[in-house]
Ligand binder design. Structure first.
Ligand code: FAD
Length: 420
C-alpha cells in the first residue's frame, strides 16, 4: 500500500471520531479515518444525553439518526427499594434538547459511518494504527497495519486520537495516569426482552440501586432487545461463582424490581466483563495531536456521560484544528484542555458523590424541591458548562451540603414522630 499525506488523521470511528470527521469534512479538510474493526462491531455506551444532540446537529448527522427510529430517551429513572426518582429532561434548568436516544451501538455507529462514507469521508475499516512518530513541528508519521498485515505510513499535520479504550496515543506516548474515580467493574449483555411490559414502562431507561456501590442498568432498545448490566466493586463481581453467564444470572436475582422480567431470558451473547474501566491522562493535547472521547478520559457509566464527552471533545478538537489550518492562533490549553476538564470535573463530582452515597440521599430522600431537581436534571442531560446552574457552579460542595441537610431534616422528623 502507498504512503499518504493528509491534514488530519482520525484514529477510531466511534462517535468521537465520526463527529470530528464530519466537521472536518464539511470544512473541506483533507482527512482519513483509520478504524481497527470491521463495522458493525459491538461496543458498550448505549444511553445518550441530550447535549450530544447539539453535536450531531452541528455536523449534519442528526437527521440521519432521527430517520432510523432508535428508542427515544426523555429522561432517566433511578430506583432504590420501593423509592423511585425520575428525571424528565423537559424539566431542566438549562435550555437545550430535552430528549435523546437509547441505541445499540453496533447499529448506531454503523449508521454514522455509512453516512460519512456517503458524504465522501475516507474510512479504512480493518486498518490498525500500530505506531506513531512525531517530528518537532508536530507533523506525525503513523504506521498502519492492514488485515493482510501490509503496512503503510500516513504523514499528517494533526492526529485526533479517538480510539476509545484502544487508547492509542496514551499508550504510545506514555500519557496514562490513574483515574481518581473509585475502582469498579461492570458485567453486561443484551437480551431478547420477551416479558417487556406494554407502554412507557417497557421503554424506560432505569438504574436500579442494589446498594451504594452496586447497581443495575436496564436500557430498552426499539428493536425489542434490552441491554442489562451491573456495576459493582471488583471483589463483589469476583465473589459470584462461575463464568460470566452464571455470574450475571445470579446477580439478576438481586434486583427485586427486574428479577421477574429477566429471570428466564436468554443472553444474546456471553456477558462481557470490564474491570477498572475509569481512565485518565496526563495531558489532553500536544503538538500535532489531541485526545478525544474515551482515549482522553472515562469516568463511570452511572450518568451516561461517555458518548457525550466523546462528541463534545471530538467536535471541539476538529474546530480548533480547522482554525489552525486557516492560520489562526489557538491556545489549546485554554480553548481545549481547560474547557474539557471543566466539564469532566463537574461529572466527576457527581460520580464521586454517587458512590459516597450523598447523591443517592438527594435522589431518594429529598428531591421534593422542584428547583433543585431541575438543576440536577440539567447536569444529567449533559449541560455541565452552564454556570448559572448552582449545581454546576458549586458541583464540588452542593451535593454534600444538600445531602447533609436532608439527613438532618429526616432525623428531626423521626425525632418529632418519636416524641409525639
Ligand atoms: P469508541 O466508541 O470506543 O470508538 C473507538 C474506536 O477506535 C473503536 O471502534 C475501535 O475499534 C477503534 N480503535 C481502537 N484502537 C485502534 C487502533 N489501534 N487503530 C484504529 N482504530 C482503533 N457512555 C454513554 O454515553 N452511555 C452509556 O450508557 C455508557 N455505558 C457504559 C458502560 C460501561 C460498562 C462502560 C465501560 C462505558 C460506558 N459508556 C457509556 C462509555 C462509552 O462506551 C464511551 O464513552 C464511548 O463509546 C466513547 O466513544 P469513543 O468514540 O471515544 O470511542
Amino acid at each position: 500500500m502507498q504512503d499518504i499525506e493528509i491534514d488530519v488523521l482520525i484514529i477510531g470511528a466511534g462517535p468521537s471520531g465520526c463527529v470530528a470527521a464530519a466537521y472536518l469534512h464539511n470544512k473541506e479538510a483533507n482527512i482519513k479515518v483509520i478504524e481497527k474493526s470491521e463495522f458493525p462491531r459491538f461496543v458498550i455506551g448505549e444511553s445518550l444525553l441530550p447535549r450530544c444532540m447539539d453535536h450531531f446537529e452541528e455536523v449534519g448527522l442528526l437527521d440521519t439518526i432521527k430517520e432510523y427510529g432508535f428508542e427515544i430517551k426523555s429522561g432517566a429513572r433511578f430506583i432504590r427499594e420501593n423509592t423511585f426518582c425520575e428525571f424528565d429532561f423537559s424539566k431542566k434548568h438549562t435550555e437545550g434538547y430535552n430528549w435523546t436516544w437509547q441505541v445499540p451501538r453496533a447499529d448506531f455507529d454503523l449508521l454514522l459511518t455509512d453516512k460519512l462514507k456517503e458524504k465522501g469521508v475516507d474510512i479504512a475499516f480493518g486498518h490498525e494504527v500500530v505506531d506513531v512518530e512525531f517530528e518537532k513541528n508536530g507533523i506525525s508519521k503513523t504506521t498502519v497495519k492492514t488485515k493482510t498485515k501490509e503496512q503503510y505510513v500516513i504523514k499528517a499535520k494533526y492526529i485526533i486520537d479517538s480510539s476509545g479504550f484502544g487508547r492509542v496515543l496514551p499508550r504510545l506516548l506514555d500519557l496514562d495516569k490513574p483515574s481518581k474515580i473509585p475502582k469498579h467493574s461492570s458485567i453486561f449483555t443484551h437480551v431478547e426482552d420477551i416479558h417487556r411490559p406494554e407502554g412507557r414502562e417497557g421503554t424506560l431507561i432505569t438504574f436500579d440501586v442494589i446498594d451504594k456501590d452496586c447497581w443495575l442498568w436496564v436500557i430498552p432498545f426499539s428493536n425489542g432487545k434490552t441491554s442489562i448490566g451491573y456495576v459493582c466493586k471488583n471483589e463483589v463481581l469476583d465473589n459470584f461463582e462461575g463464568n460470566a453467564t452464571k455470574k450475571l444470572q445470579s446477580m439478576l436475582k438481586l434486583s427485586k424490581y427486574y428479577h421477574e422480567r429477566f429471570k428466564d431470558v436468554d443472553f444474546l451473547f456471553e456477558p462481557i466483563i470490564i474491570k477498572n474501566y475509569s481512565k485518565s491522562v496526563k495531558k489532553l493535547f500536544g503538538k500535532g495531536f489531541a485526545l478525544t472521547g474515551n482515549s482522553a478520559e472515562f469516568l463511570d457509566p452511572v450518568f451516561s456521560s461517555g458518548v457525550t464527552f466523546a462528541t463534545e471533545s471530538g467536535l471541539l478538537a476538529a474546530k480548533l484544528i480547522v482554525k489552525e489550518l486557516n492560520n489562526e492562533t489557538v491556545d489549546w490549553q485554554k480553548k481545549y484542555a481547560d474547557y474539557i476538564v471543566e466539564g469532566t470535573t463537574v461529572f466527576s463530582s457527581y460520580v464521586k458523590e454517587w458512590y459516597t452515597g450523598n447523591l443517592q440521599t438527594v435522589f431518594f430522600e429529598g428531591t421534593n424541591n422542584p428547583e433543585i431537581k431541575k438543576q440536577i436534571c440539567a447536569v444529567l442531560a449533559g449541560y455541565v458548562w452552564d454556570k448559572t446552574n448552582p449545581f454546576v457552579k458549586n458541583h464540588d460542595r452542593l451535593i454534600g451540603t444538600v445531602a447533609h441537610v436532608i439527613r438532618l431534616e429526616n432525623s428531626q422528623e423521626v425525632a418529632k414522630y418519636q416524641k409525639s
